[in-house]
Design a protein around this ligand. Structure first.
Ligand SMILES: [Zn+2]
Length: 606
């Protein structure tokens, strides 16, 4: 419940305190230029790298990457939730929040939300009727039929159709007594010159997104007319916050509670297909970037989460990010591996529920998956690659307490890398610190690809891109155009850019410090740390366009090289199992990747 207080209340509380004074009561701070520095309370250090800026009202540690506003500090320092931090701070400056909660403003806010819930429900049933009964819904009905979605399922999920006519929904809602402002605030209209205010969703199959209590809070729409983007979601509204909801949760809740286990898929259709096949503990993360909030939501009902993302490389990358987030939330994690090129929807259609259930039962443990991942990330045919794999895997392998289980992993690691079991066991028996001393650089490299939860997000190239992204809407559009909207290896960067994209739809010029203000203090510690780092460490000033172009190329290159390493692993497996057709196919893929890489490199003038 991060939204217990209104933004105005939070701002008022923050405006009444000085971050230097608050942090100064925990940490001995010394003035240094415009800022204050001290020894970081969040990691061990002898020379101060912990910086507090009175101008920006933010802190940032150059040693461990912790950072944010005064609320972020209290949350981290005292282990408070966001509302608790707000309350603590409010008590300190003598603001009575109990009064604020009962105020007429709060009552208006509640009634306003109720009105939006009502509006959402009416819009959903409007779309539903068009889909099921109206001639304009014929193409959408056909599409669902082709995808194997039954009428009964469509009713349960309240699927719908948004017609292409321009203002059908807006007109309908106005006849129901809603004002243009209501419709706008519900995220269902958009200004489309020369039409004026028109429907936001047009020519789309509609998926109402509901909260855990089954109330409509937003929509996702899949294009049926070839329009872009393929999937369009509601913008951020009072009710809908991207990255906080899980699609289908209100239906799957009983199943998840009963089994203590949730199966996490990526898309609407994956969730719907699984449900239709009788799998009742499945939810969708709505896009590839799983967020810490979603993980915390799952943790309320499940002990174990099984990730079943697409088997393509984007899905693979998303799986990796998701794992750390889920594990950090204290969930047991397993990874379900679909045959390459398939998503759960396609797999279920082709092979049925029993085959899927079998995949669930044989899904890999986190450790197995880590081994495979490390082998994919580094070249096991080269000594340095083998060292890096060992450095990446050993710390987690040492934590496996069960001897029999550990032995099985050692065997697996040996088979994948060619390192003898004896050598692995010897390395395992050494105290953890030694790996750090002997192979510091390699371990560092391993860590870059596998950030421990809480570690700072983003590598320097990515952070530079993010800086450019925030500093200029034009550069941001360029980056999205070149790298696609899901660029960024860390979930924090993905969710942050998604949020900025959405905000800029309403305020296209939003950038720099005013954007930073919108982004901080939203109760997302990962964002706070990123923003603090960018403002205090790198500055949120203008960025050279030429440098951004370079960074984009470099990022593309790294992505392709990673893809190549992954295909090489698959190739080795295919060779072992004697699948000659597959071998040839993979060799061709590698060839094409290498051509692309070469082309990019020569374009850089190398
Ligand atoms: Zn620190």
């Amino acid at each position: 419940m991060t939204a217990a207080f209104s933004q105005e209340v939070i701002d008022e509380v923050k405006d009444r305190v000085d971050i230097v004074e608050i942090i100064g009561s925990y940490v001995r701070l010394k003035k240094s230029g415009r800022n204050y520095v001290g020894l970081c309370p969040f990691h061990k250090e002898k020379t101060p790298s912990f910086t507090v800026s009175p101008d920006k009202q933010m802190f940032y540690c150059f040693g461990c990457g912790a950072g944010g506003d005064v609320l972020a500090f209290l949350m981290k320092q005292d282990g408070l939730s966001f509302p608790e931090a707000v309350k603590t701070l409010a008590a300190r400056v003598g603001i009575d929040l109990a009064g604020a909660e009962e105020s007429p403003a709060a009552k208006r806010q509640r009634e306003w939300k109720e009105r939006l819930y009502q509006l959402g429900a009416i819009a959903a049933s409007f779309y539903y009727r068009l889909l099921m009964r109206h001639p304009v819904g014929a193409a959408a009905r056909l599409y669902l039929q082709q995808r194997g979605v039954k009428g009964e399922t469509a009713r349960l999920f309240e699927l719908g159709y948004a017609p292409d006519t321009g203002t059908a929904l807006v007109d309908y809602l106005r006849r129901q007594g809603f004002t243009p402002r209501d419709i706008d605030q519900a995220g269902l209209s958009a200004s489309r010159p020369p039409l004026g205010t028109a429907d936001r969703f047009r020519g789309r199959l509609m998926f109402p997104i509901k909260d855990s209590r089954g109330r409509v809070i937003g929509f996702g729409g899949r294009t049926l007319s070839g329009g872009q983007p393929k999937y369009l979601n509601s913008p951020e509204t009072v009710l809908f916050h991207k990255g906080r909801h899980l699609y289908g949760l209100h239906l799957a809740l009983p199943g998840i509670r009963r089994k203590g286990q949730a199966i996490l898929v990526e898309g609407y259709m994956d969730m719907i297909a699984a449900w239709q096949h009788g799998i009742d503990n499945v939810v969708a993360s709505l896009g590839t970037a799983l967020t810490p909030e979603q993980a915390r939501e799952l943790k309320k009902y499940a002990r174990e989460v099984i990730i079943a993302y697409d088997a393509d490389s984007a899905g693979e990358a998303a799986t990796l990010r998701g794992l750390d987030i889920l594990a950090a939330a204290g969930l047991q994690v397993r990874v379900l591996q679909l045959p390459e090129g398939k998503d759960p929807d396609e797999f279920l259609a082709a092979r049925g529920a029993a085959a899927f259930q079998e995949l669930v039962e044989t899904s890999q443990s986190l450790m197995e998956f880590r081994i495979n991942k490390a082998v994919a990330a580094h070249d096991p045919t080269r000594p340095l690659g083998r060292k890096a794999i060992m450095a990446a895997v050993l710390p987690s392998l040492q934590q496996v307490k069960d001897v029999v289980e550990q032995e099985a992993y050692v065997r697996l690691l040996s088979r994948h890398t060619g390192i003898s079991e004896a050598a692995i066991l010897k390395a395992l028996s050494q105290p953890p610190a030694r790996h750090g001393r002997t192979g510091k650089a390699i371990e560092k490299e391993g860590r870059k690809e596998d950030p421990a939860p809480g570690k700072r997000a983003g590598n320097p190239g990515e952070l530079f891109l993010l800086q450019a992204y925030l500093s200029s809407p034009g550069l941001a559009a360029g980056i999205d155009g070149e790298l696609g909207e899901d660029w960024g290896d860390s979930p924090a960067i993905q969710s942050l850019t998604a949020f900025v994209r959405e905000k800029r739809r309403e305020a296209p010029e939003l950038a720099g410090p005013s954007l930073a203000r919108v982004l901080t203090g939203r109760g997302v510690p990962e964002w706070d740390a990123l923003i603090a780092r960018l403002t205090l460490a790198d500055g949120l000033g203008p960025v050279q366009e030429q440098a951004v172009k370079k960074a984009i190329l470099l990022y593309k290159l790294q992505r392709l090289q990673k893809q190549e390493r992954e295909i090489r692993i698959a190739l080795a497996r295919a060779e072992n199992s004697g699948a000659t057709g597959r071998v040839q196919e993979l060799q061709e893929q590698i060839f094409h990747l290498q051509q692309t890489i070469k082309a990019i490199k020569s374009g850089r003038g190398e």
